[in-house]
Design a protein around this ligand. Structure first.
Ligand code: SF4
Length: 336
């Protein structure tokens, strides 16, 4: 494989509070690829990458989703993805690509725009090009993570990961344990909450039985548990006492670690102030379960999909005020 030169670089943006870099590319005709390079790990680079150029799956808490824009999701091709990845972790010095850091390993985290389960081909082909990426970029090991809201079940993912021995951690965007509420919040999900949790537990047991995967796991993930629930607490949406009670029962039954991701408010959705209550109640009720809270890095440059860089996806429908806000943001954060 050769590094292609298909992409226009629209800018590199920096969060000066924590060093996160976001590089935005156009693959032609406003087909955006946005890659964030996180600086929050000592021994590995973490890149947060998309699987699609746009996403219209309509999750209510997503900064990218916009019903006013009639644009289809388009899967990112492997060659454009690899070009974007290489150009995001390197900078051009005298016609050569020099890596921005000297960290030993790389974690490719499919948690950006799009839905990884709807572009498994990309994950498979990136993994097939792993040796090429190691040669070009000098990483010793490459690991993988995905975040999915489950527009389909995880059986195909399980088959892929097990067949190719991919050290991949599966993060499930649950956001409420009540089926009807989840359907309202995440309309494109096609599985019930319990079906999703059964799929997660199945993924865990197959991955933990695969010694080739588990021996690579230690480089990338703190525990040997390859599954995790993501939950963003929003006021009066998914933070009630009854919801917490149901959540505790499900966690007792399936024992999946849970991480609370702090919400960046959007439209009429607000951050819940009950995070401490949820964490302590779960810890007290579900003995020994891993419960964590997390503020995603890169807040100033958009830790949620499309946040701040929304301009590149929504240019056609943005208001003069939004354009002004984008220009001010760009002036403050663009470094090249
Ligand atoms: S949260 Fe992810 S899956 Fe949902 S609309 Fe946004 S990009 Fe798409």
């Amino acid at each position: 494989m050769e590094i292609t030169n298909n992409l226009e670089n629209l800018g590199v943006f920096k969060d000066f509070s924590d060093g996160t870099l976001k590089t935005v590319f156009d693959a032609g005709g406003k087909q955006i690829i946005e890659v964030a390079l996180l600086m929050n790990k000592d021994t590995m680079d973490v890149v947060c990458v998309p699987t699609h150029h746009f996403c219209n799956l309509g999750c209510k808490m997503c900064h990218l989703t916009n019903k006013g824009l009639n644009k289809q999701m388009k899967a990112i091709s492997t060659k454009n993805f690899i070009e974007a990845l290489i150009k995001s972790v390197t900078k051009q010095v005298n016609d050569s690509n020099i890596r921005r850091t000297d960290k030993k390993n790389l974690l490719i985290s499919f948690m950006g725009v799009g839905e990884p389960l709807l572009n498994l081909k990309l994950i498979e082909e990136v993994h097939n090009n792993e040796q090429y990426l190691k040669n070009v970029l000098g990483y010793k090991e490459i690991g993988y993570a995905i975040s999915t809201m489950m527009p389909t079940d995880v059986s195909k993912l399980i088959g892929l990961v097990n067949r190719l021995n991919i050290p991949l951690k599966l993060h499930f965007s649950l956001h409420t344990p009540i089926d009807q509420d989840r359907k309202n919040l995440i309309p494109s999900t096609k599985v019930s909450v319990e079906e999703a949790l059964i799929g997660l537990v199945n993924f865990r047991s197959i991955v933990q039985d695969n010694s080739k995967i588990m021996e690579k796991y230690v480089y990338f993930h703190r525990t040997n548990d390859p599954i995790e629930i993501h939950y963003t607490l929003m006021e009066n949406v998914n933070d009630s006492e009854n919801t917490l009670k149901i959540m505790c029962e499900l966690l007792k039954k399936y024992r999946v670690p849970i991480k609370f991701i702090r919400f960046n408010p959007l439209n009429n959705l607000h951050i819940s102030l009950k995070e401490d209550l949820w964490v302590s109640t779960i810890k007290n009720n579900v003995e020994g379960l891993r419960v964590k809270t997390y503020s995603p890095p890169g807040r100033e440059i958009g830790s949620s999909c499309g946040e701040f860089t929304k301009h590149y996806y929504h240019e056609e429908i943005e208001t003069p005020e939004q354009l002004k806000e984008f220009k001010e943001w760009k002036k403050k954060h663009q470094i090249s």
